[in-house]
Design a protein around this ligand. Structure first.
Ligand code: NI
Length: 307
């Protein structure tokens, strides 16, 4: 038994290293090409999961570390080449309720707040994966601390991450407390996933308790919503769905929750919400992608005006 183990173990490590270095070089080559998207980088990272799947349990922790190292290096690479998740500069320090897009651009961003949360975050992720949809998760720092693996899964599956403070407090906060609430959450997200988020959503949509002014001063884009599922008040599933569609529009941002309480209605309603949006001709984008679409439109309009 022991002999067998000592033989397999270095082989497993070698295999993992080879797989990672191969993917890393492919990743860097992809980054050198124009029009490389973050999606490709993420696909690349996901491929590591497949390659290393049969690895022995003893080595899985080391592989996790190597994967994170690779994730970080790819994201640094992406950032240095201007391919980061970052919002366009025109949105830094602004508040966005929806993106201004052409009525024919039927795009919508699903957002999920207050996680990561046991059971429901994984259930939401499963549904999104089945439907090949990328969404945006506004996470709470103390939940990230409690459930780091769920956050890693969110990022590994290609979703965007936003900051939803550390404690999810509503009361007024002085600048020091506001800084703690926002900066510590961003720092922990970065430490766990390598993602440096510049999206912020204030708990309860509170605009004047010190958090939003801190976020704006620090160049976050403050992301609100145009369509509120009101799932936090635990409506029936048909009511929840109706809430989403009442104000749904191209460029819209839908507010839902994967954490913070019992979210079984949200999980139940999500497949129907997805089906109905698709029937209406919508496609799903992350919040950074949505802002990117408006940014392109704005630039085109600016060029037309110059002519
Ligand atoms: Ni919240």
């Amino acid at each position: 038994m022991e002999n067998n183990k000592s033989f397999l173990w270095p082989q497993g490590i070698l295999f993992a290293l080879l797989a990672i270095s191969a993917s890393l070089s492919v990743g860097v080559m992809m980054l050198l090409k124009p029009n490389t998207s973050d999606a490709r980088i993420k696909t690349n990272i996901n491929s590591i999961n497949t390659i290393t799947a049969p690895a022995k349990a003893g080595t899985s922790q080391r592989i996790e570390k190597l994967k994170l190292m690779m994730l970080n290096s790819l994201q640094q690479e992406a950032r240095s080449k201007g391919l980061s998740d970052g919002v366009p500069s025109s949105f830094q320090g602004t508040t966005i309720k929806s993106a201004k897009v052409n009525p024919s651009q039927k795009v919508i961003a699903l957002t999920f707040d207050d996680g990561p949360w046991p059971e429901t975050t994984a259930q939401v992720l499963d549904i999104l994966k089945q439907n090949n949809i990328k969404a945006t998760f506004f996470v709470v720092g103390q939940n990230v601390k409690n459930y780091p693996d769920l956050l890693k899964r969110v990022v590994a599956e290609g979703h965007a991450i936003g900051n939803h403070t550390w404690h999810h407090w509503y009361h007024f906060m002085n600048p020091q407390v506001a800084a703690y609430e926002v900066a510590n959450t961003t720092k922990l997200i970065y430490q766990i996933t390598g993602v440096k988020t510049d999206l912020f959503r204030p708990p309860g949509g509170m605009m004047h308790n010190g958090l939003v002014s801190y976020a704006k001063n620090n160049k976050y884009a403050v992301i609100m919503w145009s369509s509120d599922s009101a799932d936090y008040s635990r409506p029936t599933v048909p009511k929840l769905i109706n809430n989403v569609f009442r104000l749904a529009k191209p460029g819209g941002i839908v507010l839902m929750h994967d954490g913070g309480g019992n979210r079984s209605q949200t999980v139940q309603a999500l497949p129907e919400i997805i089906t109905r949006f698709r029937k209406q001709g919508y496609s799903f984008v992350t919040v950074p992608e949505l802002l990117e679409i408006q940014d392109k439109n704005d630039k085109l309009i600016a060029i037309k005006k110059q002519k």
